[in-house]
Ligand binder design. Structure first.
Ligand code: SF4
Ligand code: SF4
Length: 426
């Protein structure tokens, strides 16, 4: 029986699982599809509900992961195939070329400052640009850039471009770096591929994409973040300071709502209070989440956050005002109707399975549930089981979870793995 463990996804659940396994003396292969570890948590400034500093929580984990000899981190990595069964999974891994030597690189930024090629930065929800050689944001770990061959001039018509090499006095850029494949054998697999929000275009009915005052939750996280596109200044997308704001907690989109989505919208109010304290926001709730159905705490917090809470019976209509400067919101309520004009509209969103979750459900031949997350054969027994023995789902791979629950599920998955190895679980 093999003893190494494969963890797919280096978000908070994957990192926690890897660290716990390593502390138990197990060798971990941690595969991450992006160039950095930390997952969606590193896009946030603060963690709800206590509004703790996200970096303070995640940075020690990232650093411990990167220096732990028992954890092999494969960034820009992908699992190509898995054969075998519990106790002996044979796994083929692809490591995409970064074209930067991580040992020689000190993350000085000279190469991406020199690069002439720009495209929208997906990490920043396309609210800013990145270069063909880049890290996703300041403070990313590992703080090592990678070359995106899809847009780099050397692979797209100008093989003589070497501006990044010339800028790098540490000789860390290596155009000859190529994708590589390797094979490992592991006893168990932990799927920790997280979630993704619905795409912005699913909110076009609320003028997302056509009015600069409309933000999805993910966009607003980046605007609030000190390492985000506005260095943490809360502005509309055309650079104006808003005087008024509304939050549609249940803005629809794709997927079903959980209490986490409802609770998460409270974070917007903390953000507004922190940086725009003169704003008195309006909070719009779907009547199906009326106060008697909400956990009391959320509703009281909305009230105590100095807001107007409006419960609507029909999805709000949103239009740009005649002067083109603000947003007009109207909706029906149980008592009649409501209307307001605001500069800023924040849209609460659902949590969908990430593209990685969808991909690995298929590749690992495990069953998905009706929402597309990894299915659990015994919902009352354990939330980390999948339909394949020896493969466990941690964090949001199995459904929407908050950070505390993600960490707990990672520990549960590790417990299962360690129990498996002692022959206590079939
Ligand atoms: S590759 Fe070179 S220039 Fe670019 S960040 Fe690393 S050390 Fe600096
Ligand atoms: S080779 Fe040129 S285009 Fe490619 S990453 Fe370097 S500077 Fe940018």
């Amino acid at each position: 029986m093999a003893s190494d463990i494969l963890v797919i996804g280096a978000g908070v659940a994957g990192m926690k699982a890897s660290l716990l396994l390593a502390s138990a003396g197990r060798h971990v292969h941690l595969i991450e599809s992006t160039s950095v570890i930390g997952g969606r948590l590193i896009r946030c400034e603060d963690i709800f509900p206590a509004m703790e500093c996200a970096t303070c929580m995640v940075s020690p984990m990232q650093q411990e992961i990167l220096r732990n000899d028992l954890i092999d981190v494969v960034t820009l990595g992908e699992v190509l195939s898995v054969e075998g069964s519990k106790g002996e999974f044979r796994v083929k891994i692809l490591k995409k070329a970064s074209c930067v030597d991580p040992i020689a690189c000190i993350g000085c930024a000279e190469c991406w400052n020199a690069c002439p090629v720009e495209k929208n930065n997906e990490f920043e929800e396309n609210l800013s640009k990145r270069k063909a050689i880049s890290v996703p944001c300041a403070g990313a770990l590992p703080n090592v850039p990678w070359i995106d061959k899809d847009i780099c001039l050397r692979w797209n018509g100008d093989e003589n471009c070497n501006l990044c090499t010339e800028a790098c006095v540490f000789e860390a850029v290596d155009y000859s770096d190529e994708d590589s494949e390797s094979e490992i054998t592991v006893s168990d697999i932990i799927l920790a591929t997280g979630f993704q929000p619905p795409p912005g275009k699913s909110f076009e009915r609320f003028l997302w994409g056509s009015n600069p005052g409309v933000f999805t939750a993910s966009e607003f996280e980046r605007y609030y973040s000190s390492n985000g596109p506005t260095s943490g200044e809360l502005l509309t997308k055309d650079g104006q300071t808003p005087d008024s704001a509304a939050v549609i907690v249940h803005a629809g989109g794709i997927g079903s709502y959980s209490n986490i989505n409802t609770m998460y919208s409270l974070k917007f109010l903390h953000y507004l209070k922190e940086k725009l304290p003169d704003i008195h926001p309006v909070v719009l709730l779907d009547a199906s989440y009326s106060p008697d159905k909400l956990q009391d705490r959320y509703h009281q917090e909305w009230r105590s956050a100095d807001t107007d809470v409006i419960i609507y019976t029909q999805v709000p209509d949103v239009h740009t005002t005649k002067d083109g400067k603000s947003l007009s919101i109207t909706c029906k309520t149980e008592g009649g109707s409501f209307s307001a004009e605001v500069d800023l509209l924040l849209l609460g969103t659902t949590m969908l399975p990430s593209s990685g979750t969808a991909k690995y459900i298929e590749l690992l031949d495990i069953e998905g549930n009706e929402d597309g997350f990894a299915g659990n054969p015994e919902p009352d027994h354990s939330s980390v089981l999948t339909t394949v023995s020896g493969i466990f789902a941690a964090g949001c791979a199995s459904g929407p979870l908050d950070i505390a629950a993600s960490v707990t599920s990672a520990a549960a998955a590790v417990g299962r793995v360690l129990a498996n190895s002692k022959g206590r679980v079939s």
